[in-house]
Design a protein around this ligand. Sequence first.
Ligand code: UT7
Length: 330
Amino acid sequence: MRSKILGTGIYLPERVMTNLDLEKMVETNDQWIYERTGIRARRICNPDGGEFPTDMAERAAWQALEAAKLEPNDIDMIIFASVTPDYKLPNSASVLQQKLGMTNKCTAFDIATACSGFVYGVNMANSFIQTGMAKNVLVVGSEMLSREVNWTDRSICILFGDGCGCAIVGQSVEGEGSEILATHLGADGSGKEFFDQPVGGAVTPIEEHHLKEGTHYMRMKGGEMFKVATRTLADNAKVCLEKAGLSLEDIDWVVPHQANIRIIETTAKLLKLPMEKMIVNIENYGNTSAATVPIAFHEAIVDGRIKRGDIVLFDAFGAGLTFGATLLRY
Ligand code: UT7
């Protein structure tokens, strides 16, 4: 049994924060941010409610269900990728199951592989479907990074935004053409210090002094991440193509993790692919971690760029360091 993407959906918070807004908050400017990252704006969740990660996921999931022509109870597994879940307990997938009014008690679990989260989820869904353990898997990437960003640190606060994207992965009918062709996942813990948030877990619970110092927020060694990112995205693509017996020329579209336009450009150069084949929306949303790939994928389907039958590569890396790719015929 093979699998394919049946439908997709997204939700983006209403509030737009532009680079000009950031100029009023930290010592930065629109020109620096746009030239060094490609970002002009990002969306920010309403902290007073209604736009938390499972709220965004519910809205995105209804869209995906409609596109897939399915009812909530047709979903027999929910995989929720996020490093900013609503709660520590319960898991977000269970909260989403309830918000969608599902009564089938399906499998529901979270994964925290940061920016690779959605790709991890899709590849896991593919394996569950291949082995007959699931039929229709809802894979979500939903993040409220605005909660974990130090808004006084210009090196990090300009990069991130909030949002959600999801896809339903289901069974592919023999001979139909649409299918996941190859998957690749991995991690390299030797780079775990390049992007982390060590305070707030079991080892170091948040104390008053952390709140004063701001040491409970995410930390990133941007330069190190940049170097690893370009190498990893190019390697991911090559591994997936080799597994599928395809070559770079066969790719119609790459949907890369949106961390920095320069990372995407360097990846395209390393793979000798024209930038026209890279789906890019970082200008509008910044880096939404696990949500970047499904948001960009959905937008390109809706605006008619990605069509059924196209060869598409999801390509991601993130904190951990985790990485992964999915090669599919949409
Ligand atoms: O999702 C996965 C995780 N994210 C990533 O993988 C991100 C990867 N890294 C990056 O995207 C880039 O490394 C950054 C965008 C984070 C930084 O860009 P950079 O070109 O590596 O800049 P830099 O950190 O080397 O800083 C260059 C200069 C510095 O000034 P000096 O020391 O040259 O005088 C910084 O202080 O730019 C300064 N700078 C800023 N200036 C204005 C740093 N941040 C800002 C800012 N506004 N926001």
